[in-house]
Write a protein that binds this ligand. Structure first.
Ligand code: FES
Length: 302
């Protein structure tokens, strides 16, 4: 964890605030565009937010938060109760949405999904690549960072208020891409689904806010052995591996509990995990908030 002080809270669009978190003591940990942090709120909730400031600024992190009154309470708390001067702990940055090298990029952002895209776009332009962003929102008043995009990227930023302009023709966008171009998309599920149906999967990189709805085989019980402590932990059908580990006293940090943030990542030394996350677990790792086991036993590096 890193200790920060909330330096600024600015309303930057309808129902959207940006927060600037300043490192309380030392420089903050470095990050790459596409990264996010866990923000530990004073009401005991932990929420994940993409970093949308300047990676060269080691003194502060910037995030933006849309007020979602029907959500699980994180954005509500931030909008109603957080004020400058408050101390807040944040995790080290994690990046499951890195920008790979390419000569051309198309960035597709919907609503608050612009947050990881902003620093990725900046990095792409600085690398000398051709970069375009298509940014969709219901109306301009609901869309954060419109001025920043217009000022920084001119015609490279296509800003579309769907209420008045409708949705862009994704097929036409795809047809204009060069063969080496990569596509990065972050936005609501309906937008992501349309983008997935249009662009080739091998050139498309997606960051999801919410997990995909999928059906898995019924849960079966299994056991894990934590190699460092020597504990064996039983996981019943009606509990997650993450909860079983936490109840057994293993400090695995919970985040989204939905398999999208990566904060609970553990190393698997033996056995075959059943991956149910939406991140794409790297070899030898798993996300115990959602993932289970294909084998009756797993050996974990805990
Ligand atoms: S808590 Fe977010 S992936 Fe497990």
């Amino acid at each position: 964890m890193q200790h920060t002080i909330l330096d600024r809270v600015d309303r930057i669009a309808e129902d959207v605030v940006s927060l600037v978190l300043r490192g309380a003591t030392a420089p903050l940990a470095p990050w790459e565009p596409g990264a996010h942090i866990d923000l530990a709120l004073p009401n005991w909730l932990t929420r994940q937010y993409s970093l949308c400031g300047d990676p060269a600024d080691r003194d502060s992190y910037r995030i933006a938060v849309r007020h979602e009154p029907l959500s699980r309470g994180g954005s509500e708390y931030i909008h109603l109760f957080l004020a400058p001067g408050r101390g807040l702990d944040v995790s080290l940055p994690r990046n499951h949405f890195p920008r790979l090298p390419a000569p051309e990029y198309l960035f597709l952002a919907g609503g608050i999904g612009i947050t990881p895209i902003l620093p990725m776009l900046r990095g792409a332009v600085e690398s000398g690549a051709t970069a375009t962003v298509v940014y969709l929102g219901r109306s301009l008043s609901t869309m954060p960072f419109v001025d920043e995009l217009r000022a920084g990227y001119g015609s490279g930023a296509r800003i579309i208020a769907t209420e008045t302009e409708g949705r862009p023709d994704l097929t036409a966008l795809a047809s204009r891409l060069s063969p080496d171009a990569l596509v990065y998309c972050c936005g609501p599920a309906s937008m992501v689904a349309s983008v997935e149906a249009t662009f080739p999967a091998d050139r498309l990189h997606i960051e999801r806010f919410r997990p995909l709805t999928r059906t898995f085989a019924p849960n079966t019980p299994f056991e894990v052995t934590c190699v460092r402590s020597g504990d064996t932990v039983a996981v019943d059908t009606d509990e997650s591996l993450l909860d079983a580990l936490i109840h057994a006293g293993h400090p695995v940090p919970p985040g989204c509990r939905e398999g999208v943030c990566g904060s609970c990542e553990v190393v698997v030394l033996d056995g075959e995990p059943e991956h149910r996350d939406d991140i794409g677990a790297p070899a030898g790792r798993m996300y115990p908030c959602v993932s289970r086991a294909h084998t009756p036993h797993l050996l974990l590096d805990l």
